[in-house]
Design a protein around this ligand. Structure first.
Ligand code: ZN
Ligand code: ZN
Length: 191
């Protein structure tokens, strides 16, 4: 698995995401060099960044030996039918992205809390990467694969996959072969 910072991202966030993914999926996590912020995905009317555009770009950058490539951005992401998304991924495709924008307390006018950002970022990374290995949303509200529409939901769940998701992920990962999927050919899964 690979992660890639899309712009400047705090080191502690990147380290924690890498560890979290290794713990949950049992695959080594490597980091690609820092890329530019996703200016190409900016939508001037919404003042936000299109997560589908970011995914389309990421898909073209998946290393040949990668099962998944997770981009991490500080920009606020959207899909056309929702006011925002905390992240997006391809279902059983290699690309995923998470946004830190709404994981920061400052977004809500509250005091900065770096540890809370790290915690939330790990949960969302495990969630989006879960989709890339074929996991769907989980009914267990403590499981990171449960759906989170806002940070209250993120805070309510844990960072450890439930027993059922672990079983499914193990089975799926066993059969995964690193593949580069051409842009637009894999289904997108929102949030
Ligand atoms: Zn689960
Ligand atoms: Zn999801």
């Amino acid at each position: 698995m690979y992660i890639v910072p899309l712009g400047a991202i705090e080191e502690q966030v990147l380290v924690a995401i890498g560890r979290g993914l290794e713990d949950e999926y049992g695959l080594s996590v490597r980091r690609l060099g820092v890329q530019d912020e996703p200016g190409y995905a900016f939508d001037a009317q919404r003042g936000q960044f299109s997560s589908a555009h970011v995914l389309r770009r990421l898909v073209t950058q998946v290393p040949p030996d990668a099962v998944s490539l997770l981009g991490i951005t500080t920009k606020d992401l959207f899909i056309p039918m929702l006011s925002f998304v905390l992240g997006q991924a391809q279902l059983s495709g290699p690309a995923a992205v998470v946004s830190l924008a709404r994981l920061r307390q400052e977004f809500y006018g509250l005091g900065t809390d770096p540890e809370l950002v790290v915690e939330r970022a790990v949960k969302e990374a495990v969630h989006e990467v879960g989709h890339t290995v074929g996991l769907t949303h989980c009914a267990d509200t403590r499981c990171p694969m449960s759906l989170s529409n806002n940070v209250r939901h993120v805070d309510a769940k844990g960072a450890k996959l439930c027993a059922s998701c672990v079983r499914i992920a193990e089975e799926k990962v066993k059969h995964l072969r690193p593949t580069v999927v051409p842009p637009g050919s894999a289904g997108m899964r929102n949030e």
